[in-house]
Design a binder for this molecule. Structure first.
Ligand code: FES
Length: 70
């Protein structure tokens, strides 16, 4: 198992929104999914560093940063 650090906002047991912030997007077996919901299956091909994924994560953080009260 590889251990890869990804940005997260909603992956916290105290929150009911787990899996909704999209700051941890990865490509798993060709599909763009959040890394926290559902968890990756053993043997899945997971890509994290592609520029399109980085841009999507940046956009998600920017969108959450623009929400009033955050
Ligand atoms: S941490 Fe929120 S969807 Fe991944």
């Amino acid at each position: 198992m590889a251990r890869i650090e990804l940005p997260t906002l909603c992956h916290d047991d105290r929150l009911s929104l787990a899996g909704s912030c999209r700051t941890c997007l990865v490509r798993a077996d060709g599909q763009i999914v959040s890394a926290v919901s559902p968890p990756a299956t053993p043997g899945a091909a997971v890509e994290v560093g592609a520029e399109d994924l980085r841009a999507l994560r940046r956009d998600a953080v920017a969108a959450w940063s623009a929400v009033p009260g955050q």
